[in-house]
Design a protein around this ligand. Structure first.
Ligand code: GLU
Length: 301
């Protein structure tokens, strides 16, 4: 690690429910990596999507982290208090031609994608993998149309490569696989991609450790980060915990809140998911110190 940049990590839960076995894995890996690097670890509550929020979830997440001894530095930040910063970032992108208004509805986008499948215009869409935004409003709104959302204008070179510390070398052709993506939605809410990059930048985050379900967002975030003048972050996407149905564990498929009255058991299970053997330590302090030492030895390169 460069001596110039002191390590700053973060855990950024959305308060859509209490912490469960899956989110604990991301929290633990991120905490351990920060401690192993003698860095700072911040907690950011990503509460900008009010309709998906569950009342009381943010407080419950913070309580559980405390009970597990995953103590954070500084006070937690709340995205709902940062709307001005997201608005300013969007404005700055617009003023530099890097964001544009879009009038398309979901069904219009789906229609034009189907047409491009029919004419064979997009091999990705034909394979049914991802359907990139077709760029309908890229060169201006059609007469009589009004802006609904704002999109990021991808740079000409939108192939992103990065070395993920868990998943290895990654490459995504963002133009082909995603297209110009949304920064502010038609309902006025700022998109996760914009808010997360503005905050990672403002908080001086150097290292993001999170679940592998977010691996596919990383290329978009890197392009956006560069457009906002931020230094590239390092990433590690840890394996997600799967539910019995093979889907990522979530509130929707019955993920239970963890029982933080038995912190060492909860932590041991999460650590096991990250490939580590059970710790012999039975006190919380002892367990965290032992896990930090083992993480530093095996994972903090
Ligand atoms: N808030 C996102 C989530 O809970 C995570 C964001 C991130 O770590 O970049 O899924």
């Amino acid at each position: 690690m460069s001596a110039r940049t002191a390590y700053v990590g973060r855990f950024a839960p959305s308060p859509t429910g209490p912490l469960h076995a899956g989110s604990i894995v991301a929290a633990l890996a991120s905490w351990l990596d920060a401690r192993a690097h003698h860095g700072r670890w911040l907690v950011r509550i990503e509460d900008i999507d009010k309709p998906r929020e569950q009342p009381g979830a943010a407080e419950s997440i913070l309580d559980t982290l405390r009970q597990l001894g995953l103590v954070w530095d500084d006070s937690p930040s709340w995205q709902s208090q940062r709307l001005e910063a997201y608005g300013a970032a969007l404005k700055s992108l617009v003023s530099r031609g890097m964001a544009y208004p879009c009038a398309c509805t979901r069904s219009e986008i789906a229609d034009s994608q189907q047409r491009s499948v029919a004419t064979g215009a997009s091999s990705q869409a034909v394979r049914g993998i991802e359907r990139p935004y077709p760029g309908t409003c890229r060169n201006g709104l059609a007469p009589g149309r009004t802006a609904r959302s704002w999109r990021f204008r991808l740079p000409d070179q939108a192939i992103v490569q990065f070395d993920d510390r868990w998943q290895g070398w990654q490459q995504q052709d963002v133009a082909n696989e995603v297209g110009d993506f949304v920064l502010q939605r038609a309902d006025g809410l700022f998109a996760y991609q914009l808010a997360v990059m503005v905050d990672d930048g403002a908080q001086g985050i150097t290292d993001v450790i999170r679940g592998a379900d977010l691996l596919g967002s990383t290329a978009r975030q890197r392009l956006l980060g560069r457009a906002l003048g931020l230094a590239d972050l390092r990433y590690m996407h840890v394996p997600v915990v799967l539910a019995a149905d093979g889907e990522k564990l979530s509130k929707q498929n019955g993920a239970l809140a963890v029982d933080a009255r038995h912190p060492v058991e909860v932590l041991d299970r999460a650590f096991g998911h990250l490939g580590f053997a059970r710790s012999a330590e039975s006190s919380l302090e002892g367990w965290l110190a032992d896990a930090t030492r083992r993480w530093a030895e095996f994972r903090s390169a």
